[in-house]
Design a protein around this ligand. Structure first.
Ligand SMILES: *Cc1c(COP(=O)(O)O)cnc(C)c1O
Length: 356
């Protein structure tokens, strides 16, 4: 039986994508070769990466001022690659720290230039998104994390600024309609909401590049990847293929408008259930709650462990909170069906009735 997959990442993918990817591993488009056996510069694979790029631009409604790249190394590599390309040694970049991933981005960036953390939610254990902050006009860029996968918060309104805005969208990319033109660089590891682990999507406005003095290693320089069409070296072909299939699936389902409606419907059911049951406790500020990752607690730890065991016994995986936060985390990415949220909220109601 297929499990209800609440994993935070790698995470649930559409069944149709898994089936098509499986077929392509055996015989890609009927060419008598596996997808894993064709050269990345052949027309067979170039068609895949070009379609993936086209779909990204279409879903984000971006024009040719932007370039879509598929790079190695996951989102973590971007923590370093962004300042390496955009932050001169004597310049200052602004960061907002809303959790563990944003914090890691700050640490890496501080190896390259000056970092000004203009706002942090650490004072309240990252249970909210900062609303009030000043963005220095001379900042090289402002970096935010659109959805905090571990803590369960999400930006629902983005800052307006003349400074280039950069967002780590790893865990909510393609889950909602956004004015993507507000951003100068968007990046996301694929394994949360877009595909298989091993590839990282970077969407960059070309005009922000080439403005610093640092010498950048060839493989780290965005301009080289743009020039080579993401084929500077051998790209993670399988992960790019799965991302392309997922992007096709998103479009076929009705695009970001439908992804957003589904995400809101699932999150509303889950948070309403939490709020209606005194046994469960969500500490996140209501206006900052994530529609992708809901983090909540049963304050009695024995009962919480019992609940986690019941989830497992009922075919629900990935529900345990992140090791530094604890509690319960339910991830509701695009491919998670409403029926999985219904299943876990039914279990929560039954559990609360038995143990309250
Ligand atoms: C998972 C995650 C990362 C790290 O991604 P990797 O691909 O493992 O490097 C970074 N940022 C956010 C918001 C994430 O959820």
């Amino acid at each position: 039986m297929r499990q209800h997959n609440f994993n935070s990442g790698p995470s649930v993918l559409p069944q149709q994508v898994l089936q098509e990817a499986a077929k392509a591993i055996i015989d890609f488009n009927g060419i008598g070769l596996s997808l894993l056996e064709v050269g990345h510069r052949t027309p067979h694979f170039v068609a895949v990466i070009e379609e993936a790029k086209q779909l990204v631009k279409e879903l984000m409604q971006l024009n040719d001022e932007y370039e879509v790249l598929f790079l190695h190394g996951g989102a973590t590599t971007q923590f370093m690659q962004i300042p390496m390309n955009l932050l001169d040694t004597n310049a200052t970049a602004a960061y907002i720290d809303n959790g563990i991933w944003g914090n890691k981005a700050v640490k890496e960036a501080s190896l390259f230039g000056n970092i000004n953390v203009i706002a942090s939610s650490a004072d309240k254990k990252h249970t909210y998104i900062n609303q009030n902050f000043d963005i220095p006009a001379n900042a090289a860029y402002l970096h935010i994390t659109s959805n905090n996968t571990v803590e369960g918060t999400q930006w629902h309104q983005f800052p307006t600024t003349d400074v280039p805005l950069i967002a780590d969208m790893s865990s909510d990319i393609f889950s909602r309609q956004i004015d993507f033109k507000k951003f100068s660089l968007i990046y996301a590891g694929a394994q949360k909401n877009m595909g298989a682990a091993g590839v990282n999507l970077v969407v960059v406005k070309k005009s922000i590049l080439g403005k610093i003095e640092r010498k950048i290693p060839a493989i780290m320089d965005y301009r080289n990847h743009i020039e080579a069409g993401s084929l500077l070296n051998t790209p993670p072909v399988f992960a790019i293929y799965v991302a392309m299939l997922t992007l096709r699936w998103i479009k076929q389902e009705g695009g970001l408008e439908i992804m957003e409606l589904n995400a809101i419907a699932k999150a509303t059911l889950l948070y309403d259930t939490i709020d209606s049951l005194p046994l469960f406790n969500c500490r996140i500020d209501k206006a900052s709650r994530s529609n992708m990752n809901a983090v909540f607690f049963i304050d009695n730890e024995d009962l919480q462990n019992k609940f986690l065991e019941e989830c497992k016994a009922n075919g629900m995986v990935g529900v345990k909170g992140y090791r530094t936060v604890g509690g319960i985390r339910v991830s509701m990415y695009n491919a998670l069906a409403m029926e999985s949220v219904i299943a876990i909220t039914d279990l929560m109601k039954n559990f609360a009735a038995k143990h309250s």
